[in-house]
Write a protein that binds this ligand. Structure first.
Ligand SMILES: *[C@@H]1O[C@H](CO)[C@@H](O)[C@H](O)[C@H]1NC(C)=O
Ligand SMILES: *[C@@H]1O[C@H](CO)[C@@H](O)[C@H](O)[C@H]1NC(C)=O
Ligand SMILES: *[C@@H]1O[C@H](CO)[C@@H](O)[C@H](O)[C@H]1NC(C)=O
Ligand SMILES: *[C@@H]1O[C@H](CO)[C@@H](O)[C@H](O)[C@H]1NC(C)=O
Ligand SMILES: *[C@@H]1O[C@H](CO)[C@@H](O)[C@H](O)[C@H]1NC(C)=O
Length: 673
């Protein structure tokens, strides 16, 4: 529950409920839509061209390679891994107390609790340390988890293993992968503050943890700043102008410290912990989060020589650096394949849980793909890029209308084997189909997905059975594309035709036989609803069931965050009385999309993937909204049933003051017999 206290949920609640908008909302939205590169710089840009990821061929195992068997001693005996042995996923974590991020991950109660309470059943974690202090490290780590597990079920403890040997002594593939999969950001790399002063022979370098990524957007410049003592930093001080303020923790919130130092024209804030307290994840809370703060901040341990130099009036300078390190996390999926763990946006074990949930989802998907179906391969690892996207013309099985299910088996991976080769932004991907150039159905949308922020593991199975009638000849052209300027994705698409219940001969299953196109979306402004007029539609003879089918997503950002981060509602009014409503009520919530990892949303993306969005999540298919409207219609009345659509924000016509967002919509009536 602790995670739900997160500022963003509160903030968005305030915005949505009170209509307090404009600047605060705009800032909040900017905070919510960030990629990792905005923090760490576009270090990938050189590495992303196809091919350069494999600069050291053969230097070590890559994601997707099988993990070999291994055995390591643990505090309780031995941990032994056998490939192919039935079981869940395995996560390996290498700790080092040189990392303030890891210190915080292991000290925060909410982080520890999330692991003992939220690790999916069947998942195991092997903990170890990168350093000579490995024995005391893992004893301490076990202690932390035992304490956190005091009030929860103990079963999870049997799935947590602690290896007291340092990683560099293991002599198997584990050190190779940890060291070879080095990265930047939170999952590896050591962020530090470096102090210098005239009286010292050597610099003092200590670990630091920058304030929460999506709270403070300002970043440290690569330069040396003067350092100035500002007490507890709770009140403005004239002595910190142009300097990094050195302030103690406590007495007021992190927000108040950073705000009063920003008002004092400080260039940044270093908060030091007192009395050996652990480094914490500095974040805002509640409406603090809507006040702009233009300076960076980080937390460090108290450093006596720095404090003393400042007390004696000696000039101290501070600069900020990140030292490369081995990776801290490796995954092994149910099939025994090595996997990257993605990016941990802030220090909590929830990111291990989310990746493990995804391993479970993925294993389940593999099982589903084993069930019999008539499979048509459309794209087999085809590059999708530019205006054209990916295009293929394929023959369909005969008698397509005899099938009652059609699923799209889609995966989006990257040019290289590492996530670092993936496109960094989330974009809409659409699949269009045309089977007869003269048909009104030519180039209708068959499926929609949103790309993940720089992760290449997305794989989804989407049921689009009602759209089978769009396949109106036996040779069809499929086009899948995203915005033309996006970096390339590698797509695979299989169509899976099937019969949903071959064992049930008693009731003949209804099959979709006709599709009528309804409305599409558009700019979400005050004229949005004006273009929608009621349509009268005939019901084809022998129809036994009528369904409404719509794929709707909100994008862009006006001053209310619409349509990506605002709660919009979509209504199809049948015969002027039946109001069928679809509300995107998780849009803007702090964990709206994190909660959908179990459905296949790609976890631990390199950006703010966790927030709920308008009808979609990063790294997920867009689920069609389907409603059986048979009973809302007069089935014997051939001419005059009517339907009209409208989309609302806050129960009213949208009316943004600036930069209106937009809605992408395909909608159909589906007739079954
Ligand atoms: C980690 O480092 C901090 C500061 O250097 C220290 O206070 C703490 O005791 C260390 N923790 C462990 C487990 O070594
Ligand atoms: C900060 O800078 C502004 C603009 O230069 C100035 O007006 C203000 O007095 C300064 N504040 C403090 C506390 O020094
Ligand atoms: C298939 O039909 C059987 C018998 O009517 C029924 O018990 C079962 O739930 C059906 N399965 C599905 C997936 O619809
Ligand atoms: C359907 O429409 C017909 C023709 O207008 C009318 O006679 C009939 O009562 C209607 N049925 C229902 C259920 O409304
Ligand atoms: C349909 O329902 C929405 C709320 O769910 C309401 O705002 C709207 O006015 C309703 N429209 C009609 C025509 O009943």
């Amino acid at each position: 529950m602790a995670l739900l206290r997160s500022h963003s949920a509160l903030l968005w609640f305030l915005i949505v409920v009170t209509g307090h908008v404009t600047e605060a909302a705009e800032r909040a939205r900017r905070r919510m839509k960030l990629t990792e590169d905005e923090v760490w710089g576009s270090r990938y840009d050189h590495a992303t061209s196809v091919g350069s990821w494999g600069k050291f061929p053969g230097a070590g195992p890559e994601p997707g390679d099988l993990a070999a068997a291994f055995k390591v001693p643990t505090l309780d005996g031995e941990f032994s891994y056998q490939p192919g042995a039935p079981g869940g996923s395995l996560v390996l974590h290498a700790f080092t107390n040189n990392s303030a991020f890891l210190e915080c991950l292991w000290s925060s109660e909410s982080s520890l609790t999330s692991l003992v309470q939220g690790l999916p059943d069947g998942s195991q974690v092997l903990f170890m340390s990168l350093d000579d202090s490995s024995v005391s490290d893992v004893l301490w780590m076990r202690e932390q988890l035992l304490r956190a597990a005091m009030h929860s079920k103990k079963e999870v403890l049997s799935r947590l293993h602690f290896c007291p040997l340092p990683v560099f002594t293991l002599g198997n593939w584990i050190p190779a992968v940890f060291y070879y999969w080095g990265c930047n950001g939170h999952n590896c790399g050591i962020s530090q503050a470096r102090f210098t002063s005239q009286g010292w022979h050597m610099p003092i370098v200590i670990k630091r943890l920058d304030a929460r990524f999506d709270w403070l957007m300002a970043r440290w410049a690569s330069k040396s700043y003067p350092l100035a003592d500002a007490g507890d930093g709770c009140r403005a001080s004239s002595s910190v102008e142009g300097a990094v303020a050195w302030v103690s923790e406590g007495s007021c919130s992190y927000f108040t410290k950073v705000q009063s130092m920003a008002r004092s024209n400080a260039s940044g804030v270093l908060v030091y912990s007192l009395d050996g307290n652990a480094i914490q994840d500095m974040n805002c809370a509640g409406d603090e989060c809507s006040s702009p703060l233009g300076i960076p901040a980080a937390m460090v341990h108290h450093e006596a020589s720095v404090a003393q130099a400042l007390r004696f009036g000696q000039q101290v300078f501070v600069s900020f650096q990140t030292t490369p390190s081995p990776n801290f996390f490796i995954g092994v999926d149910h099939q025994g394949a090595l996997a990257e763990m993605g990016w941990f946006l802030y220090p909590t074990f929830s990111f291990i849980n989310w990746q493990a949930q995804w391993f479970d989802f993925s294993a389940d998907l593999q099982t589903k793909l084993q069930t019999p179906a008539e499979v048509v391969c459309v794209f087999d690892r085809i590059q999708m890029q530019g205006k054209i996207g990916a295009v293929a013309t394929v023959d369909l099985p005969q008698g397509v209308l005899d099938f009652d299910t059609l699923e799209l088996d889609v995966s989006l991976s990257c040019p290289g084997r590492r996530d670092s080769s993936c496109a960094q932004w989330d974009h809409t991907v659409q699949l269009f189909v045309c089977c007869d150039r003269l048909s009104p159905h030519c180039n209708m949308e068959l499926g929609r997905w949103i790309t993940a922020f720089r992760r290449g593991i997305g794989h989804w199975l989407t049921d689009v059975s009602p759209l089978i009638p769009l396949l109106d000849t036996d040779k069809c052209t499929f086009t899948m594309k995203t915005v033309a300027w996006a970096m390339p994705w590698i797509v695979s698409l299989n169509l899976r035709f099937g019969l949903s219940n071959q064992t049930d001969y008693s009731t003949e299953k209804l099959r979709p036989f006709r599709v009528t196109t309804l409305y599409s979306g558009g700019t979400f402004d005050k004229n949005y609803n004006k273009k929608y007029q009621p349509v009268k539609f005939p019901i084809p003879a022998s129809s036994e069931k009528v369904e409404l089918y719509a794929v709707i997503t909100g994008h862009g950002s006006d001053e209310n965050g619409c349509g990506e981060f605002c709660v919009t509602s979509h209504h199809f009014l049948i015969n002027a009385v039946h109001n069928n409503s679809h509300i995107f009520d998780s849009a803007g919530t702090a964990l709206g999309c994190a909660m959908r990892v179990k459905e296949g949303a790609v976890p631990n993306e390199h950006g703010t993937w966790l927030y709920g969005r308008g009808g979609w999540c990063d790294g997920l298919q867009v689920n069609p909204w389907r409603i059986d409207i048979t009973h809302q219609l007069n089935m014997s009345w051939l001419e005059s049933n009517t339907v009209v659509y409208f989309g609302l924000f806050d129960g009213q016509d949208p009316n943004p003051a600036q930069k209106p967002g937009y809605i992408i919509m395909s909608s159909f009536l589906i007739f079954y017999k």
